[in-house]
Design a protein around this ligand. Structure first.
Ligand SMILES: [Zn+2]
Length: 148
């Protein structure tokens, strides 16, 4: 895993997009297999330390890898638990990804603020910003964030 991340970073530096794509693809395949939790945790750290923040490619790849196997990582890997404290950008990306999968973003028809709600569980609720209650928020889906 680390090897592909370094290849990606070097290819980025020397502007070789074809090699970047190849390295990203190889990493994605490894993240989709039964990886070793500690090796994977090192890979997450390498992605966040070796790639530019504006480039989300590998970050998305490892976040997908986390989502596949979160309970196992949390239980088996001390390195993974440490990462969540040491890499706030990673933790932030992870929360965004988990939120997107857990719920859907709706826009309040009263104050216009977007907020997350899990419509699969319940459609009713109050806006977290202005408190406006609605019995069915599914009518106010924010389409910029298609979840599913
Ligand atoms: Zn509101």
């Amino acid at each position: 895993m680390i090897f592909h991340i370094h290849v990606y970073a070097i290819a980025d530096k020397y502007d070789i997009p074809a090699l970047q794509a190849l390295a990203a693809n190889k990493l994605a395949k490894l993240c989709d297999k039964d990886y070793d939790e500690d090796v994977f945790s090192d890979a997450i750290e390498a992605v966040y330390n070796c790639t530019r923040q504006e480039d989300q490619t590998l970050r998305k790849v490892v976040i997908m890898g986390v989502r596949r196997n979160y309970p196992m990582l949390e239980r088996e890997s001390k390195a993974f638990r440490a990462l969540k404290l040491e890499l706030p950008k990673f933790t932030n990306d992870l929360i965004d990804a988990l939120h997107a999968s857990a719920g859907i973003t709706v826009v309040c028809h009263n104050c216009g603020e977007p907020f997350g709600i899990n419509l699969a569980k319940k459609k009713e609720g109050s806006c977290v910003y202005c408190g406006r209650y609605d019995p069915d928020w599914s009518k106010y889906t924010y389409t910029e964030y298609p979840n599913g």
